[in-house]
Structures are given as structure tokens and as C-alpha cells.
Design a protein around this ligand. Structure first.
Ligand code: SF4
Length: 279
């Protein structure tokens, strides 16, 4: 293992992703957060999500600087970032999928967002890609990144998270029940408002779902998150929990329990090409 690939997360600092990772597969959690290993690849879906997010951040930052962009300019910015960032650590997991399809999908999402949302959006940005941090107890610190914090044209405080996933959330804790509301709870610490809106914007569908987070709800969310952290901290061991997500797990080439069907082996093959195999 190369030295700079090891970077354990401070033991008392918990993000939403950290807790979600433990829930999905404790062994993956151990590799990433306790041993601090770096995943061998990232999926094209994850690359698509981060590139679209970067363009949205740029778009709102440009608007704050009073710079207007046309749709072709936005799509060009996306394509430029796509080409620059698309290195060999990005893997197409579904081996029959075409790389260009994901590029086209990103352009489609941005085009829809530009016409249906951005061009009508009269809200004011408070901050973009804001790092949030909140002490939840004497031992536990919560951390995360909010895509955009703003105020509606009527002055209501909001936090919004952009989603590039195929399906819209189902309301469960690790879908849309906890993350953005918890971010709203953090944001309330820095404002005098009695409540904040927590939203998810689904870029493939062009829909937004809002939840209201008042100070009572914020306290409940903190309690709920602390309970989940308590489960992680109480774990004596970290067994593998293999399943369909193994194909997207960047440790699948070193994991003895990985279950990766041939049709989803794009990441595994890439990891092996890069010399990250078990044997
Ligand atoms: S390959 Fe599967 S079982 Fe192994 S760590 Fe990753 S998600 Fe867990």
C-alpha cells in the first residue's frame, strides 16, 4: 500500500456519508474510515454527479458576479470539465454502457435545469459548497458540505442538495430523510430564523422536494444522527455485507467477499489493471 493512500478520518468526526457507508457495508467502512484506504476507482455515475455539481456551483457563482451565461456556454463548460477530469480512475461499471451516454446525460440535466429552474430562480445565494460543522455532543462532531444555501425571494432560508440519481428519493433515512434536513439544522445555528427549508432537487426529473426544519425538528435530527453514530461506535467488528453495491465499491479488488457479476465488472477490471488485486 502506498503511504499517501492511507488517511484515516478523525475518529470523532462523522459525516452523513460515513454513517451511510457503515449501514451499507461495515467492511467497506473499515477500509475507508478506520484504515484510511483510498478506493481504487470511482464510478462514472459519481464522476457525472461531481462534474454536474461543479458546473452548478460555477453557474451560481457567476450569477453572483453579475455574469450571465447562455445555455451553449454552460454546456461547453460542462464538456470542458468532463474531458479534463475524466482520467483512468473513473470506471464505467456496467460493461455494456457507453461512456458518451453519461456525458450526454449530464448535458441533458444541465439543459433542463437551465430552462426550467435557473432562468426562473429569483433566490439569493448565501453560500455555495459550504462546509458545515456542528458539535453534536462532547465527543461527536458532524461535518458535511451543503451544495447551496440561500434565501427565497420571500426571504426564507433554505439548503438545497442536487441529486443526479436515476430515481427520486423515497423518504427513508439514507435516501432523503436525513441529509439535507441535518444540513438545515446546522445552518440554523448561524441564523436567527425559526426554521429553514431543506430541499432535494432531482436533476434527471426536474423536480424539487422540500421539508421544513424548525428548531424542535433540528434537535430531533441531531438525536437521530447521534443514535446512528452510537451504532457505529458500538460495533465490535466490521463484517462484509456483499450485494449489488460491491460492483461500485472501490475496494472490490481487495475484498475477499466481493460479489461482482461480469456484467457489472467495469470497476473491478479497472482496479485490477491498476494493480489493486487481492493476489
Ligand atoms: S466489495 Fe462488497 S463486501 Fe467487499 S467491502 Fe466492498 S461493498 Fe463490502
Amino acid at each position: 500500500m502506498i503511504k499517501n493512500e492511507i488517511a484515516p478520518t478523525p475518529s470523532n468526526t462523522y459525516s452523513f456519508s460515513r454513517v451511510k457507508c457503515f449501514q451499507q457495508c461495515p467492511l467497506r467502512y473499515r477500509f475507508r474510515y478506520i484504515e484510511g484506504r483510498k478506493e481504487a476507482f470511482r464510478s462514472i455515475e459519481s464522476f457525472l454527479g461531481s462534474t454536474v455539481h461543479d458546473v452548478l456551483e460555477w453557474l451560481y457563482a457567476q450569477r453572483d458576479d453579475a455574469i450571465e451565461h447562455s445555455e451553449p456556454e454552460i454546456l461547453e463548460e460542462f464538456s470542458r470539465r468532463w474531458t479534463e477530469g475524466r482520467d483512468r480512475t473513473v470506471a464505467v461499471i456496467r460493461i455494456n454502457d457507453d461512456d458518451d451516454e453519461y456525458h450526454r446525460l449530464g448535458r441533458e440535466m444541465l439543459s433542463r435545469f437551465f430552462h426550467e429552474t435557473f432562468s426562473r430562480d429569483r433566490s439569493r445565494t448565501v453560500s455555495l459548497e459550504q462546509r458545515l460543522s456542528k458539535r453534536l455532543s462532547t465527543e461527536v462532531l458532524f461535518t458535511g458540505f451543503a451544495d447551496r444555501i440561500g434565501r427565497t425571494d420571500k426571504g426564507r432560508l433554505f439548503v438545497i442538495d442536487y441529486k443526479t440519481s436515476k430515481s427520486e428519493g423515497n423518504g427513508s433515512e439514507f435516501s432523503e430523510g436525513l441529509q439535507a434536513p441535518l444540513y438545515a439544522a446546522c445552518v440554523l445555528d448561524h441564523h436567527d430564523d425559526t426554521e429553514a427549508l431543506a430541499g432535494y432537487h432531482y436533476l434527471r426529473h426536474g423536480t424539487t422536494r422540500w421539508q421544513q426544519v424548525d428548531r424542535d425538528r433540528a434537535r430531533q435530527l441531531v438525536e437521530r444522527f447521534l443514535h446512528l453514530v452510537g451504532e457505529v461506535e458500538a460495533a465490535g467488528d466490521f463484517p462484509a455485507d456483499p450485494g449489488v453495491l460491491c460492483a461500485w465499491c472501490g475496494f472490490n479488488a481487495i475484498c475477499p467477499s466481493a460479489q461482482v457479476p461480469d456484467s457489472l465488472s467495469g470497476g473491478l477490471r479497472r482496479a485490477e489493471e491498476m494493480g489493486r488485486s487481492l493476489f
